[in-house]
Design a protein around this ligand. Structure first.
Ligand SMILES: [Zn+2]
Length: 415
C-alpha cells in the first residue's frame, strides 16, 4: 500500500515536470503578427568571380521593394598577370558599377569580406585571419577598406570575416581602423570588446522558409530578429548538387516576407534600429546555443518540440534565455528521477548488503564532486555528455540513499 502511494506520487511529479516543460516551451512562441520581424540580409562573397545571375536577382529584389541588404565584398583576387605570374588585382570595375548606385542610395550596405578570401592555414577550419600576426591582419584590412572606401566613395564600418573566423588581433585591427560592426557566427572566442556591435548570422535560407510556415515564433517585446547568410552557391542554378534554393523559390519567399510586413535590412541599418547587438546580447546568444545543445537530437523529431530548432535562428532576450534554462533544469530533473527509478529497481533486486551502502554513497558523492571540478577546471564546458554522466551518478546516489531508508523502514535483514 505504502509503496504504491510512493509510486503514484513519483508518477505525479513526473507528469507535473512534463506539464511545466510543455508550458514553458510554448510560452517562448507568440503570434508572429504581434511583432515587428527584422531579417538582416547578408550576401557574402561578392567579388570579381561571383555570380552575376544571382546578383541581378538580388538587385531586382531591391528594385521591387523598399528594403536594404548587406554585401560582404571580397576586395582583391589573385589572377595570372601579363607576365603569366600570379598577381593581386582589385575587384573588377564592372562589379563596382553594377552596385555603385545602390550603395549610394543606401539599399546596399558594404561589409569588408576579407582581403583575398584565401585560407592561411592547412587545417579543416579555414580562416584568413585567425592565428595570423597582428601587423599582417592590420595591413590586409586597411588595404581592403581603403580600396572599397575609395571605389564606392563611402565609409565602411562593417566587417564580415571569411569563414566567419577571426581572433583578438582582428578585433584590435578593426578598432584601430574605426570599424563598428562585426558579423561572423556565434562560434568565435570569448572576447570582451564592448565597442563593437556583434551581428552573427543565425539562419540559412532553408530556415527562413521553415519559419515562414509557423504561425508562432520567438518574440520578446514585440520584436523578432534573425540574420540570414546567403551565397551564390546556395542557388541550384550555380551549384546543382549542394544548392538549397532556386531562383523562382527565392522570389516566392521574398514576396511572402514582404507580404507579411517583415523588414529586410542591412547590418548597419539593423544596428541603428535594433538594440540587441551589444556584447551582452552576443554572449547571451552564445549561452543560448550552449543550453540548446544539451537537449538530445531526438527531441526535435517529436512534432510537438520540432520548433526547438527555430530558437537557434533568432536573437533572444534575457527572459527568453532564462526560459530555456528553466527547460533545461526540468529536463535534467526528469532524467535524474528516471535514472533514479532504474537504479532503485536494480538495488532492490540485488539485495545489496547494508554495510556496502555507506561506502557506495560516499564513492558516488565523491565522484560527483570531483568530476564536476574536473569538468570545469579542465576547461570543459559542462556539455551534454558531461551533464548526462553527472546525472547518472547523481541518480544512482539518490536511489542508494532512498534504498537505505527503504531497508531501514522495512527493518528487513538484507543478506
Ligand atoms: Zn565568404
Amino acid at each position: 500500500m505504502r509503496q504504491s502511494i510512493i509510486k503514484s506520487r513519483r508518477l505525479l511529479i513526473i507528469l507535473i515536470i512534463i506539464g511545466l516543460f510543455v508550458l514553458v516551451f510554448f510560452s517562448l512562441f507568440k503570434d508572429r503578427n504581434a511583432s515587428e520581424v527584422f531579417l538582416v540580409f547578408r550576401y557574402d562573397d561578392y567579388s570579381s568571380e561571383s555570380s552575376l545571375l544571382i546578383e541581378r536577382e538580388i538587385l531586382d529584389m531591391l528594385d521591387r521593394y523598399e528594403m536594404s541588404c548587406s554585401f560582404g565584398i571580397i576586395p582583391y583576387s589573385i589572377e595570372p598577370g601579363n607576365s603569366g605570374e600570379k598577381e593581386i588585382f582589385p575587384i573588377k570595375n564592372s562589379k563596382i558599377t553594377l552596385i555603385k548606385e545602390y550603395v549610394r542610395e543606401g539599399s546596399i550596405n558594404i561589409g569588408i569580406h576579407g582581403f583575398l578570401h584565401i585560407t592561411t592555414n592547412n587545417t579543416e577550419s579555414k580562416t584568413e585571419f585567425a592565428g595570423v600576426p597582428y601587423k599582417e591582419q592590420f595591413d590586409k584590412i586597411r588595404a581592403s577598406k581603403n580600396l572599397l572606401d575609395s571605389l564606392f566613395e563611402t565609409k565602411i564600418i562593417s566587417f564580415i570575416p571569411p569563414w566567419n573566423s577571426y581572433d583578438e588581433h582582428t578585433l584590435n585591427a578593426l578598432k584601430t581602423l574605426s570599424f563598428l560592426n562585426v558579423s561572423a557566427d556565434n562560434g568565435q572566442g570569448d572576447y570582451n570588446e564592448r565597442q563593437f556591435n556583434f551581428i552573427p548570422f543565425t539562419a540559412y535560407f532553408s530556415d527562413i522558409k521553415k519559419i515562414l510556415e509557423y504561425r508562432k515564433i520567438p518574440i520578446h517585446n514585440n520584436l523578432s530578429v534573425m540574420v540570414l547568410m546567403i551565397h551564390d552557391y546556395d542557388f541550384r542554378e550555380i551549384d546543382s548538387t549542394s544548392g538549397i534554393i532556386d531562383i523562382p523559390e527565392f522570389r516566392k519567399v521574398i514576396d511572402r516576407i514582404v507580404q507579411m510586413g517583415w523588414n529586410i535590412v542591412s547590418i548597419d541599418q539593423a544596428v541603428e534600429m535594433i538594440n540587441r547587438f551589444d556584447i551582452g546580447h552576443y554572449k547571451l546568444n552564445r549561452l543560448k546555443l550552449n543550453l540548446l545543445n544539451h537537449f538530445p537530437g531526438y527531441m526535435k523529431n517529436i512534432s510537438m518540440f520540432e520548433k526547438f530548432d527555430v530558437l537557434d535562428d533568432f536573437y533572444l532576450s534575457n527572459s527568453q534565455v532564462a526560459k530555456i534554462l528553466i527547460l533545461l533544469l526540468l529536463y535534467y530533473l526528469l532524467i535524474l528521477i528516471l535514472i533514479g527509478e532504474v537504479f532503485a529497481f536494480i538495488l532492490r533486486k540485488m539485495h545489496i548488503n547494508k554495510r556496502f551502502i555507506f561506502p557506495l554513497i560516499f564513492v558516488l558523492c565523491f565522484s560527483i564532486v570531483s568530476l564536476s571540478f574536473y569538468f570545469l577546471y579542465d576547461d570543459h564546458s559542462l556539455g551534454r555528455h558531461e551533464c548526462m554522466g553527472l546525472m547518472i551518478i547523481a541518480g544512482a546516489m539518490f536511489s542508494t540513499i532512498d534504498y537505505l531508508s527503504f531497508i531501514r523502514r522495512e527493518g528487513r535483514k538484507i543478506v
